[in-house]
Write a protein that binds this ligand. Structure first.
Ligand SMILES: Nc1ncnc2c1ncn2[C@@H]1O[C@H](COP(=O)(O)OP(=O)(O)OP(=O)(O)O)[C@@H](O)[C@H]1O
Ligand SMILES: [Mg+2]
Length: 238
């Protein structure tokens, strides 16, 4: 389990997150929702050792991650799919997957590539195309597939549905649910337009202005009469 206790963090001297307590149980999808600028990306950056941690604890299965450099956090089994610029546009899909799996030997690379393509079969059709020519949804799926090449225990996924059509968002979320259900991966999923994410999520946290304002079951937040309207852009839940 990934565990955050009394975390205060930000960038250099700037304080962004205040007293964050968060549990990300193994083999579950934990969803973080909240408006622009709330500190969602800063939270993922704090876990990865990219932002500055001022106080508190971040542990993975009891191992302290606080102040560990990003490569060390990655070695411990946490894979980060960032919000932007998460694929190499000038490389083909296959080359992107090879880059992401650079630490694997030849046989592992082949097996892992086959496995991630089975998770996102739509990518098989354009394996030799440059990633820059993919649609938004295909590109997000490639970014997730690249994160999977590192054989992670935990994946941090930052707003993968931005600018996607609702149907495509649904497909991407279904793919993420399969990572939990079929591969047993623990997922921390950040989303701004949260409906689809809360539908697949187990637990959820609402982050506003650097503080946790709600924590509970994802389905409870989705159906919360005020919070869902105020922060999540959910008007009516069909
Ligand atoms: N590198 C940085 N240096 C200083 N301040 C930053 C840096 N990156 C982000 N911030 C600030 O930190 C605050 C939180 O930003 P963050 O990117 O975590 O928000 P977010 O919840 O991810 O928003 P969005 O939904 O728009 O992605 C914002 O006020 C932002 O301007
Ligand atoms: Mg963000």
């Amino acid at each position: 389990m990934l565990n955050i206790k009394n975390l205060y963090s930000g960038y250099l001297k700037l304080k962004i997150l205040f007293d964050i307590n968060l549990e990300v149980p193994t083999r579950e999808i934990t969803v973080i929702v909240g408006p622009n600028g709330a500190g969602k990306t800063a939270l993922l950056n704090s876990i990865m050792g990219i932002a500055t941690v001022f106080a508190g604890e971040i542990t993975l299965d009891g191992i302290q991650l606080k102040n560990a450099p990003p490569y060390k956090v990655a070695q411990l089994g946490i894979s980060y799919v960032p919000q932007m610029e998460n694929v190499f546009a000038e490389l083909t899909l296959r080359e992107n997957l090879m880059m992401a799996g650079y630490m694997l030997n030849r046989e592992e690379l082949k097996n892992k590539t086959d496995q991630v393509l089975d998770m996102f079969p739509i990518l098989k059709g354009f394996i030799h195309r440059k990633a820059g020519t993919l649609s938004g949804g295909e590109r997000r799926m490639l970014a997730i597939a690249m994160g999977l090449m590192r054989k992670p225990k935990v994946m941090l996924l930052d707003e993968l549905s931005t600018d996607l059509a609702p149907l495509i968002t649904k497909r991407v979320m279904e793919g993420i649910a399969r990572l939990r259900d079929e591969l047993g991966i623990t997922i921390l999923l950040v989303e701004q337009m949260a409906k689809r994410a809360l539908e697949i999520g187990d637990k959820a946290y609402l982050l506003v202005s650097g503080e946790i304002k709600y924590s509970g079951r994802a389905s409870d937040l989705l159906h919360h009469p005020e919070l869902s309207k105020l922060y999540l852009g959910v008007k009516e839940v069909e």
